[in-house]
Design a protein around this ligand. Structure first.
Ligand code: ADP
Ligand code: MG
Length: 323
């Protein structure tokens, strides 16, 4: 079982940032309103994720670490339909197969909490312990038992940058959750969770960008979209600042990227890459999903029409502004 889990882990756990992504998504699925991510040494020696969500009942703890025991979908096309972020039911089993995991969790209805320790898929202990409502995961010594994988990690600094990036993207897609990110005892990001997207953009991207945003809000027969596009003064030389989410997931799409740039070009008369933070909602079944567990690309059925609609909604937003 350990070997199978380690192979599966290769899909799910590429680096410390993948652990952070999976555990924070679990916290979001557990309805947490506050999530703290703390790391040491680029996440290689320690990752601690604390949430104030539902918690896990004692008799569900061991089950949660079994592969696929929680899978919510049968086929990959269901992916963007499920309302929770978790769907494969293999994150915890994968993570615990390549690291030392300590879990402290308590549900609101339980009187005491529980502490569970599992290292390299091997259960060490399960005991009752006093704890606040919610869940804390400690993940130590990632890849300690898979040296070949450990060798492929980059410097601690680079791994920490990947983690910061993941936490920022999750914070930006959930303005109603307070995120705190602590790296080597230093708080790098702390969002309020007050639901105001512009505040989160300010915390992540700074004053210049957050003060130069055009509001976007539109819909058509294919999708709804809300969010912001940056004014030309804060455009960039590459696509790094083009952010867009579909049904709550951060994704990549050439169609959306080109539409964003086209609408900008209409206004600027030259090719530029604007800052964007756009949130698309597509109805179930409208998307053809092409998935890799880590990076995600989406294809659309009505590609050309969707492209035109995005261009026209963004163009209207830009023209509606006094620039
Ligand atoms: P998935 O998220 O795909 O269901 P995971 O392996 O990520 O699979 O998690 C397994 C299960 O453990 C979840 O379905 C959930 O029931 C439980 N779980 C994990 N993390 C948390 C958390 N932070 N709070 C509450 N429950 C959790
Ligand atoms: Mg999950």
């Amino acid at each position: 079982q350990e070997t199978i889990d380690q192979i599966a882990a290769g899909e799910v756990v590429e680096r410390p940032a993948s652990v952070v992504k999976e555990l924070v998504e679990n916290a979001i699925d557990a309805n947490a309103s506050a999530v703290t991510v703390e790391i040491k040494d680029g996440g290689t020696s320690l990752i601690r994720i604390t949430d104030n969500g539902w918690g896990i009942e004692k008799n569900q703890i061991q089950k949660a670490f079994l592969r696929h025991s929680t899978s919510k979908i049968r086929c990959i096309d269901d992916l963007l339909k499920v309302s929770s972020l978790g769907f494969r039911g293999e994150a915890l089993s994968s993570i615990s197969s390549v690291s030392r995991v300590e879990l402290v969790t308590k549900t609101m209805s339980d009187l005491t909490g529980n502490r569970y320790v599992i290292e390299g898929s091997k259960e060490i202990s399960l005991e009752e312990i006093g704890a606040p409502d919610g869940t804390t995961f400690l993940v130590r010594d990632i890849f300690y038992n898979v040296p070949a994988r450990k060798k492929f990690l980059k410097s601690n600094q680079t791994e920490a940058a990947y983690i910061a990036d993941i936490v920022e993207k999750l914070a930006l897609s959930h303005p109603d959750i307070s995120f705190k990110y602590i790296q080597q005892n230093q708080t790098k990001l702390h969002t309020s969770g007050n639901g105001n997207l512009r505040d989160v953009i300010y915390h992540v991207y700074g004053r210049e960008i957050s003060a130069n945003l055009i509001k976007v809000s539109g819909s058509c027969e294919f999708f709804e979209v809300t969010g912001y596009i940056g004014m030309p003064t804060v455009s960039r030389g590459n696509r790094n600042y083009e952010n867009y989410y579909i049904n709550g997931r951060y994704i990549k799409s050439k169609v959306i990227a080109k539409a964003i740039e086209e609408s900008y070009k209409n206004y600027m008369m030259q090719h530029q890459y604007p800052f964007t933070m756009l949130y698309f909602t597509f109805p179930d079944g409208a998307l053809d999903v092409n998935v890799h567990p880590q990076k995600m690309e989406v294809r659309f059925d009505h590609q050309q029409e969707i492209y035109q609609k995005i261009v026209s909604i963004l163009t209207d937003a830009i023209h509606g502004q006094e620039l």
